[in-house]
Design a protein. Structure first.
Length: 451
């Protein structure tokens, strides 16, 4: 029973909130009625209404404003109800079970008695296993927590490494910027030298004129030549400054490309990492799933297995029935030598007709891919993205010379199946299906895409 506010069952006090409940009379009592009731029925058990819990059975209907004895049973809801619950007029909270299959509680006495025997037997059986069940659920909970914490630690490690790489890359780029400008324009060192140049030039000029007068004195030749070298170096510093100025004036500003692809990078970061419930036998571990999802590079929000040949049989018609009128499909093939490849088909395959000529579907967003070579291939002629013939061919990317392959299913009389299905590659790029091979498994997934 919900702890809703109940009003007194006495007519004259029906607007006053009840504070107690008499289980014998099955009525609610306000503070005014409690003493009178105790005076007349001192042996009746009266409980404070706040102590009546959800499991306390009062014998009265708990629907709001009903407070009537429960005398009927609703078979549809397996619930006791009162006369107001069965009322034909559905208003003011009445008539909730008007359209249900109901009866008097006396009519289900034997049925519930027999059911009770079954339930007691089931409870006895379960009670013997209950400790083991509780133990197992606790062990499962512990294992789930271990897996959860391990996953969280792995995520933290990956993002710590990512942050480290970003910080290192930032430091490297900042250093490259400094080096580029210092080497190609002017550095702080040149500015410091330039501040000293006026005085050095003045002194060099004075010294140069003195050297000219003393040049014939061989005894001072080493001193004179050293002074000449200093003058040459001073001139060299001046020329460097001149060159830097000219270069800056003649050269356009640096072509700043650092932000190129920034939005794409941010988008990839936003979608980096995933929790996948991809139900695949072809992709055997998380590394292969990661590789596959990274390769197809579409924003998958949900993925649902429609068909698996090892489960549903190598049957062309079974495949067609599973994917008819579906869109956003991923075909995943496994052939000999663990070659894994497939295709993504975006367009809706409306009304695949198996009774006429081969039917092709145009799809500008379709592509094929090879997991072994970690490559995607453009469908060269979108009008031939996928096709179905009237017997047993599924053709992907077939334009006579496009990037594609086809699945060949041989069916003989009496619908007896030869499990010798093959994949044939007729594409320009032999990496895709790499010739042909016996089909080991084919999985087809329907995906939800976040555009």
């Amino acid at each position: 029973m919900e702890n809703k506010k109940k009003n007194c069952s006495f007519k004259e006090h029906k607007d006053i909130e009840a504070k107690s409940y008499c289980f014998k009379c099955q009525i609610y009592l306000c503070n005014k009625c409690i003493n009178y009731h105790k005076g007349f029925f001192d042996d009746h058990p009266i409980n404070n209404i706040d102590k009546i819990t959800d499991e306390t059975f009062t014998g009265l209907c708990q629907e709001e404003n009903h407070n009537i004895k429960l005398e009927y049973y609703c078979k549809n809801h397996n619930k006791l109800c009162c006369s107001l619950c069965l009322c034909k007029i559905k208003e003011n909270g009445n008539g909730q079970h008007n359209d249900c299959d109901t009866c008097n509680i006396k009519d289900i006495k034997e049925e519930k008695k027999n059911k009770l025997k079954e339930n007691i037997k089931s409870l006895e059986e379960l009670s013997n296993k209950l400790d083991e069940l509780i133990k197992n659920i606790k062990l499962i909970f512990e294992k789930i927590n271990e897996d959860k914490e391990k996953l969280k630690i792995d995520i933290q490690k990956i993002f710590t490494k990512l942050r480290t790489e970003l910080n290192d890359r930032e430091e490297m780029l900042l250093l490259q910027v400094d080096n580029y400008y210092d080497e190609n324009y002017c550095s702080e060192e040149i500015i410091k030298k330039s501040d000293k140049l006026p005085n050095k030039i003045k002194l060099s000029l004075e010294k140069g004129k003195l050297i000219e007068k003393e040049w014939k004195e061989d005894s001072k030749l080493n001193i004179l030549i050293n002074d000449c070298i200093n003058i040459e170096n001073n001139l060299k510093d001046i020329n460097i400054i001149n060159d830097k100025i000219k270069k800056y004036e003649q050269t356009e500003k640096i072509n700043y490309k650092f932000s190129a692809g920034f939005d794409i990078l941010i988008d990839k970061i936003k979608n980096f990492g995933f929790l996948s419930n991809l139900d695949s036998l072809i992709l055997k571990n998380s590394n292969e799933i990661n590789k596959f999802l990274s390769l197809v590079d579409i924003k998958i929000t949900n993925i649902n297995l429609l068909y698996r040949s090892s489960r549903d049989g190598f049957n062309y018609y079974s495949i067609v029935n599973k994917i008819n009128n579906k869109s956003n499909l991923i075909f995943l093939y496994l052939t000999g030598k663990d070659r894994i490849f497939g295709a993504y088909i975006n367009t809706k395959l409306k009304n695949i007709n198996l009774n006429g000529a081969t039917k092709y579907y145009k799809d500008e967003k379709a592509f094929s891919f090879s997991l072994n070579h970690n490559k995607k291939y453009q469908i060269l002629v979108p009008g031939y993205s996928i096709g179905f013939d009237s017997t047993y061919y599924i053709l992907i990317g077939n334009s006579g010379s496009g990037n594609g392959f086809y699945y060949y299913q041989n069916i003989i009389y009496d619908i007896q199946l030869i499990n010798g299905s093959k994949i044939y590659n007729f594409g320009k790029n032999s990496e895709l299906a790499e010739g042909y091979g016996n089909l080991i498994d084919l999985e087809i997934f329907e995906v939800n895409i976040n555009e």
